[in-house]
Ligand binder design. Structure first.
Ligand code: 6R9
Length: 644
């Protein structure tokens, strides 16, 4: 465990919008007087008709109800586009960087306005009305932003489905959302490879209520077009008006549905609404990333995930920012790609995931160091706990020691970052998401629900609502109450474990379903993984618990070695010793299996459920592996495990 502290750099202290004293004062105010605090903050967006009620929320299991600014009206697209026109019509809203490094585009706020209006008019022409669901299955192209904002403009509810999902997964989401209109592209392009999006839609549609498919041309590939059902976006857009009025929406009207997996059942449609979501996404974007007028900001997520929604599209655009959208992958055409893009577009703020950082770290320092990165001033991390080793590398090599790192903990359900440093206020600790954002009341409880005080470790719950919180599971409010408000009544249960240190900083230990209990000692799998990846020969590691006769649970470690390192019995023992040395005897892995690759979802999360089954030798019960980025990884692991 790392105890290193990186204090707020002097120059950041001087220019900070929020320094430590101000953080403390504002935080205190935000939790003591949430109505006063959020009532003021909500004025950062434009309202059509002002709200008089700020907060009306209940976490009561039998009556979960979350409403913010409920009697106000506004429109999200108006806030993200129209209101910037007087000052920013000619300034860049979106920088689009294509998969091919020679292709990029700048889209001004003026151009964004026209594109969104045209898209909105196309949707209207095809019968889309307020409250209707539109499924968006697009690659990372500007039309994804146009389509999302077009829905917001006319009050339709978008459901973006990540372009890497299979036809089956897509069908399930279209079906659940009951959407009749699908927006897709002929093909996607990532890392030089084509993704047959339209063909996937064709395969998905027979099982769904969809009636209309709008197809954006990306590669120009030949695709099947079904007359009367499929329409070319470009042809449609040319025929409609370049202007479209925005709809007046209630603060609590739905903005979008985003499907997310839990530990059980099929994916849930997390529903986010209009006013509170936008206030929260824009405020966190400005303060967490210290966004300043003129900055170029880049979040590498896909718009198919919540990070893309809040921190590529809605937060930045509500703030009038320049947001970069990247179509490709970090290692194409080379592992320097991210840093080349940073130099090409003079990126100031860069936000990515630990899995990308670790992969790039394994490729060594040279591909980073051959670029300048002089424009960078802030780095961010999201998606999983970042191991201190990767944090240090990100800080030292990518940021050259000059850029603070904001490790932002949050979830699809939370709409925006809940636990995160503020770069001008918070001393950083590698691996810690540090402190709650304004208005967020984290608590650590034991499994019986007792609230723990001081330095402690347990389950992470949030005791009161914040404006960015999801409002329900689409079509299943009971499931919403069941999943999040039943195990610990009166609190939002995050599903994560966390530790709070003596300074009050939070360390997310991973999903609680990943916590293992070895001889009565609780261990975060993330802790063991972090130790393993700190070894010079290890690129990545995933640790799960498995039934152990004596200890209750044993520790099973899957380890991916750095390129060129040969697996050996000797190295296996060395790694077990290494972890014992790094954390303590209780953390010594019982099994180390070398894994050429780990089963990951397409958003880069390691599927521990599958690893647990393999560790248990239950090869027949691996469950659904169809959402994996590369299902063949699993066969490889099973073969190796079966040979033991
Ligand atoms: C935004 C996003 C949510 C889960 C969450 C937690 C993990 C996300 C993290 C983090 C430690 C961070 N997680 N950020 N864990 N430190 N900075 O990723 O949403 O895809 O819904 O995942 O991801 O376990 O519960 P989502």
């Amino acid at each position: 465990m790392s105890h290193k502290i990186y204090p707020v750099p002097e120059d950041w202290k001087k220019t900070a919008r929020i320094d430590d004293a101000r953080y403390r004062a504002l935080y205190e105010r935000s939790v003591k007087d949430p109505k006063g605090f959020w009532g003021e903050q909500a004025l950062r967006i434009d309202w059509i008709s002002p709200f008089t009620k700020v907060k009306h929320t209940s976490f009561d299991t039998h009556n979960v109800s979350i409403r913010w600014f409920e009697d106000g009206t506004t429109n999200v697209a108006m806030n993200c586009v129209d209101r910037h026109l007087p000052e920013r019509a000619h300034r860049t809203a979106i920088i689009w960087e294509g998969d091919d490094p020679s292709v990029s585009r700048h889209i001004t706020y003026g151009e964004l306005h026209e594109a969104v209006c045209r898209f909105a008019n196309v949707l209207k022409k095809h019968g889309v009305k307020k409250g209707d669901r539109v499924t968006i299955y697009l690659p990372m192209i500007p039309e994804a932003a146009f389509a999302m904002l077009a829905c917001a403009r006319i009050g339709a509810v978008h459901s973006v489905v990540f372009g890497g999902f299979s036809p089956d997964a897509l069908a399930g989401r279209i079906e659940d959302a009951q959407s009749e209109v699908i927006v897709t592209a002929d093909e996607g392009l990532r890392g030089g490879k084509k993704i047959p999006l339209k063909a996937n839609v064709d395969a998905a549609l027979d099982k769904t209520p969809a009636k209309t498919v709008i197809v954006v041309t990306r590669t120009g590939a030949e695709i099947d077009m079904q007359p009367g059902r499929d329409f070319r976006y470009e042809e449609e857009a040319a025929r409609v008006h370049a202007d479209c009025p925005y709809a007046e929406m209630d603060a609590e009207d739905p903005l979008f549905i985003l499907y997310t997996s839990g530990s059980t059942g099929k994916p849930k449609g997390a529903l986010h609404t209009t006013g509170g979501y936008l206030v929260y996404a824009s405020l966190t974007h400005e303060l967490v990333f210290d966004y300043r007028d003129g900055d170029v900001y880049w979040c590498t997520a896909d718009v198919g995930w919540v990070t893309g929604h809040s921190y590529i599209i809605y937060g930045p655009l509500a703030n009038g920012a320049t947001t970069l959208m990247f179509e490709g992958v970090p290692n194409y055409p080379s592992v320097s790609r991210f840093w080349e893009i940073v130099d090409k577009h003079k990126v100031n703020i860069f936000y990515t995931a630990p899995t990308a950082i670790r992969a790039l770290m394994a490729a060594g320092d040279a591909p980073v160091k051959k670029t300048s990165r002089a424009s960078l001033r802030l780095l961010g991390s999201v998606g999983e706990p970042i191991n201190p080793e990767a944090w240090e590398w990100y800080h030292r090599v990518v940021g050259e020691g000059r850029c603070p790192i904001v490790d932002t903990w949050w979830q699809t359900e939370t709409g925006g970052a809940l636990i995160t440093p503020l770069p001008g206020a918070t001393d950083l600790k590698p691996g810690s998401a540090t402190r709650p954002f304004f208005g967020v009341v984290p608590e650590i409880i034991d499994p019986l629900g007792n609230v723990l005080e001081g330095a402690c470790e347990g389950l992470l719950v949030i005791a009161d609502s914040w404006p960015g919180q999801m409002r329900t599971v689409f079509g299943d409010h009971e499931r919403f109450a069941q999943t999040y408000f039943t195990a610990y009544p009166g609190k939002y249960f995050t599903g994560d474990g966390a530790r709070r240190d003596a300074d009050g900083d939070y360390w997310i230990t991973g999903r609680v379903d990943d916590v293992i209990n070895v001889s009565g000692h609780r261990l975060g799998t993330a802790e063991v993984e972090s130790a393993l990846v700190a070894h010079e020969r290890v690129s990545e590691a995933a640790v799960v618990g498995y039934p152990h006769d004596i200890k209750g649970q044993g520790i099973y470690a899957y380890v991916t070695l750095n390129a060129g390192v040969t697996p050996s019995e000797h190295l296996r023992k060395e790694l077990a010793h290494w972890v014992r040395h790094e954390i303590g005897p209780i953390a010594t892995p019982d099994v180390v299996q070398f894994a050429p690759g780990l089963p990951k979802t397409r958003s880069g999360k390691i599927m521990r459920r599958i690893l647990r089954k393999i560790a248990e030798g239950e090869f027949g019960a691996l469950g659904d592996t169809s959402t994996l980025a590369d299902p063949s990884v699993v066969e490889e692991l099973v073969r190796e495990r079966a040979g033991k």
